[in-house]
Design a binder for this molecule. Structure first.
Ligand code: FAD
Length: 310
């Protein structure tokens, strides 16, 4: 089977989410990567070094600079003449582009797969991860999004694929890029690739308290910072901090949930973390059912103590 994988990039470097998608694609067959961007030679060269990749297609055009899905999807649909499967990471960009590709090819999308069971058979979570469905496609071509935390990352170095220029329909003329506000995370690791995450919930009261109690602990641990939806909705932190069913899916080595009750929708985003530590004053909080280590007590006492002792 020939697979085409969407590379997530900023025209210079390849985003981590691409690497686990490459691993999933390699289980299906030969892997070709698509770098669609503007002045994206740096990203294409980085993509060519990923282990296990046969070829990199580079579509360098002003229309693809910001990877607008309305422009990239027709390009992918055109390239799919030569491929059996299109795979994209289950990220904002991947989830923006893949459904449009599926619609253009008139096939179903296989969303958020967590394993490859056969040529056209995959496992994917349903009901917020409470059940795992095995799905088989009968479509002639596959369009698949891949849950990054479910696959190991392919090695970013070690490959030596050739880079081939391709072109597509260009600007579809139905959308344009206006601006972007990139969240300032400082030196903090990105949530989906952090090996430690400190997450805060509604119990943190407000934005100032969240900063005061969560950030110093995260800084000491070199951790990424997450939050429950209640914390995000209440404006303690921006949207992209949200972990859960409607937020980010994470699986770090250590996840520290502070003042988070452990609602099913939150657990859907973090229960695959290797070690879960929960701090909650309610010993019956559901978070303790998934926690490996539980501290029952007032976070306003425990967290500063913990931060100091580290
Ligand atoms: P609460 O449930 O209010 O829990 C606060 C916890 O803090 C309690 O357990 C309390 O005992 C503890 N606490 C209070 N004070 C202290 C203290 N001083 N010290 C220690 N502990 C203390 N939620 C998500 O997180 N992510 C999602 O993606 C998400 N998606 C959703 C999608 C849908 C369709 C729906 C309906 C809901 C979704 N939710 C999601 C919301 C979810 O149901 C919960 O409402 C939310 O997770 C609760 O957040 P919380 O645990 O911070 O708040």
């Amino acid at each position: 089977m020939n697979t085409l994988v969407l590379v997530e990039h900023d025209n210079t470097a390849v985003a981590d989410a691409t690497l686990s998608t490459v691993t999933a694609a390699a289980k299906l067959g030969d892997v070709t990567l698509l770098v669609a961007g503007k002045d994206c030679g740096g990203a294409a060269d980085a993509a060519a070094k990923i282990a296990g990749v046969s070829k990199v297609l580079k579509a360098d055009d002003a229309a693809y600079e910001h990877q607008l899905p309305e422009n990239v999807a027709p390009l992918v649909a055109k390239l799919m003449d030569g491929y059996d499967a299109f795979l994209a990471p289950s990220t904002t960009t991947g989830k923006n582009i893949a459904p449009r590709v599926a619609a253009l090819l008139d096939v179903m999308q296989l969303s958020d797969i967590i394993s490859v069971e056969g040529d056209k058979t995959f496992k994917r979570p349903i009901y917020a991860g409470n059940a795992i469905a095995t799905v088989e496609s009968s479509d002639p071509k596959l369009v698949v999004t891949v849950r990054g935390t479910a696959f190991d990352k392919a090695e970013a170095e070690g490959g030596s694929a050739g880079v081939e220029d391709v072109s597509g329909p260009g600007d579809a003329g139905i959308s344009s890029f206006v601006s972007q506000d990139v969240a300032e995370g400082g030196d903090r690791p990105e949530l989906t690739s952090a090996s430690i995450i400190v997450s805060g919930g509604r119990a943190l009261k407000d934005a100032e308290t969240f900063q005061e109690y969560i950030m110093p602990l995260a800084d000491k641990l070199g951790a990424g910072v997450g939050a429950s939806r209640a914390a995000v909705d209440a404006g303690y932190v921006p949207n992209d901090y949200q972990v859960g069913q409607t937020g980010k899916i994470v699986a770090p080595d250590v996840y520290i949930a502070i003042g988070i009750s452990g609602a099913i929708q939150h657990l859907a985003g973090m229960k695959d973390s290797k070690t879960i530590i929960a701090i909650n004053k309610d010993e019956d909080a559901p978070i303790f059912q998934v926690a490996d280590i539980g501290l029952v007590g007032d976070l306003y006492k425990i967290v500063p103590e913990l931060t100091e002792k580290l």
